[in-house]
Design a protein around this ligand. Structure first.
Ligand code: URA
Length: 283
């Protein structure tokens, strides 16, 4: 096979995964995952040093150091299908911890634009995860990553909420926004009110995919999003809280990496609250 030929069952070109264009060793095992490729640069600029690795389609990647910890970022594009590809390919090159750093639209009135939402679990309306497991299978955050994100948000003093988010397949109808020419149908028109009554915090589009696949594969996943919209008050503030979400994710990686080092890897021993407190107090 020459450089442009590969196996259809497992496409790898010149040692690089076909879609994300990364191979083993190209990106550290702790990776932040924004939807937007442009946010990869914004994330990397908050590290102590960084290099942009590559860009192919919606997948832009960077690696660098944050407070001495090797850290990476890879954009997923919007929605479950492209996110599932990113996870499949990252897993094959040794990534074990993935944190979504995104934006979200709150559906509870008390959540303000700029607040941070840390997902403990996600309602699986993403579509993509249905190719992997039946709807009864839960999409839940890794406990390690959830605890690290909460600790990070506390220590940074940001306004944050922890709970269930809903990941939808589409931004418009899937999140009970009218389609073109005010199109709506009965299957989704009550979705926002129903989920709000169930205490769901917000709509976004990738968390359920990341949580489901990571859980199946024994990897760790978390999700921290900035609420840039509130669907109850009908506010939309582009970019609100995004830098805070990035800072929380960076700090969570530092906590996880240090805790992993102290206990000899994350598969050996569960992460306890006392170990998190010890590690968090170090900086
Ligand atoms: N992302 C979403 O999926 N929905 C919103 O309302 C805002 C961000």
């Amino acid at each position: 096979m020459n450089a442009t030929q590969t196996k259809a069952s497992e496409p790898i070109l010149g040692g690089k995964m076909y879609h994300i264009a990364l191979g083993r060793g190209d990106i550290p095992p702790y990776v932040l995952m924004p939807g937007d490729p442009e946010r990869v640069d914004k994330i990397a600029q908050t590290w102590d040093e960084y290099t942009i690795i590559t860009q192919h389609r919606e997948y832009r990647s960077a690696r660098g150091k944050y407070k001495g910890v090797e850290i990476g970022a890879l954009s997923t594009g919007i929605g479950g299908p492209s996110t599932a590809i990113a996870i499949e390919e990252l897993a094959r090159i040794g990534v074990h911890t993935m944190i979504r750093v995104g934006t979200t639209g709150a559906i509870q009135e008390y959540i303000r634009p700029g607040d941070i939402i840390i997902a403990a679990a996600a309602v699986r309306l993403d579509g993509a995860s249905m190719d992997y497991a039946p709807p009864e299978y839960p999409a839940y955050s890794s406990v390690d990553v959830l605890m690290a994100l909460i600790e990070a948000a506390e220590s940074l003093g940001v306004r944050y909420h922890v709970g269930v988010v809903a990941s939808t397949t589409t931004f418009h109808l899937g999140q009970t926004r009218q389609g073109f020419k005010n199109y709506m149908w009965s299957g989704v028109e009550r979705r926002l009110d129903d989920l709000r009554a169930m205490g769901v915090l917000s709509f976004e589009m990738e968390t359920a995919t990341i949580f489901t696949l990571a859980s199946i594969y024994g990897l760790r996943a978390g999700s921290v999003c900035a609420a840039i919209a509130n669907r109850v008050t009908d506010e939309f503030v582009a970019g609100a809280g995004v830098l805070d979400a990035i800072k929380v994710a960076n700090e969570a990686v530092r906590i996880l990496a240090e805790a992993d080092r102290l206990r000899g890897g994350f598969r050996e021993k569960p992460l306890t609250a006392s170990l998190i407190a010890r590690v968090a107090a170090k900086h």
